[in-house]
Design a protein around this ligand. Structure first.
Ligand code: GLP
Length: 246
């Protein structure tokens, strides 16, 4: 695991955009895994800007969203599919047929999980997985628990995660209780992983991810075992990391 610290959120996002653009130039038909949430917003904006400026081309890129709330459709403003549409897909030249996301409205959610995992595999796996991190060190919606769940699965969201994500909903009680998430194996099979972490609210989670024991109680800690995991953090998130990183 490599860790790079930037002074600010803006610098971290610019470094992330540069990393993604380098990946797409190196492999124009890359398969990218995409996290939603507040942290990657500026990264996606910068990728949209770069595409508009002709600096990067998404024509052959394929994407897989990392997770989705159950019960929210693609047209629901708080669904991750809607988020990705607004933040990235509508701003780059990505083909509609190259966009994949778990369907939170599927009638048979177990079948949907199986379908989604198989679709990732059929695409040849993920070349670059873009991750955020929850305040409890979750990745995707892989919540802390007694074991890692390998495959795409249904998750009952913890109260900590519902509280953290309530800011996106009109009323806190509207925050869904259930989600579909790629599993830890889905994530760990990616060729490259880019984890973004910003702000003082992530300090403890980032410490657990980088320096803590590798344990499903801090799901992001598993990334320590990945061959090509890059952590980009701003100073606020990195404030507990040991001297050698800072
Ligand atoms: C959410 C998402 C994750 C995201 C994380 C951090 O619950 N499921 O994919 O990375 O929490 O979100 P944020 O960047 O808004 O802090």
């Amino acid at each position: 695991m490599e860790v790079r610290i930037n002074d600010t959120y803006e610098e971290m996002s610019a470094a992330a955009a540069e990393f993604v653009i380098r990946q797409l130039r190196h492999k124009p038909n890359s398969v990218i895994g995409l996290a939603a949430g507040g942290t990657p917003c500026l990264l996606y904006q910068l990728l949209g800007d770069a595409c508009a400026a002709g600096e990067v081309d998404f024509a052959q890129v394929r994407t897989f969203s990392l997770d989705e709330y159950i019960g929210l459709g693609a047209d629901h403003p708080q669904s991750y599919r809607y988020f990705m549409e607004k933040r990235l897909f509508s701003r780059v030249n990505l083909a509609a047929a190259h966009i994949a996301a778990p369907d939170g409205m599927a009638a048979d959610i177990a079948a949907e999980c199986a379908r989604y995992g198989a679709a990732i595999e059929a695409a040849g796996g993920i070349d670059l997985m873009i991750l955020g991190i929850g305040p409890n060190a979750h990745i995707g919606f892989n919540e802390p628990g007694p074991c890692f769940v390998p495959d795409t699965h249904v998750v009952e969201l913890s109260e900590a995660t519902r509280t953290a994500n309530a800011r996106f909903f009109a009323r806190p009680e509207d925050t869904p209780h259930w989600a579909i998430s790629m599993g830890v194996r889905d994530i760990m099979l990616a060729q490259n992983i880019l984890l973004l972490s910003s702000g003082a609210g992530k300090t403890e989670a980032l410490y657990q991810a980088v320096c803590g024991d590798i344990t499903p109680e801090a799901p992001a800690s598993v990334l320590q075992l990945h061959r090509n995991a890059l952590v980009l953090a701003d100073r606020a998130a990195a404030s507990r990391l040991p001297e050698k990183y800072v």
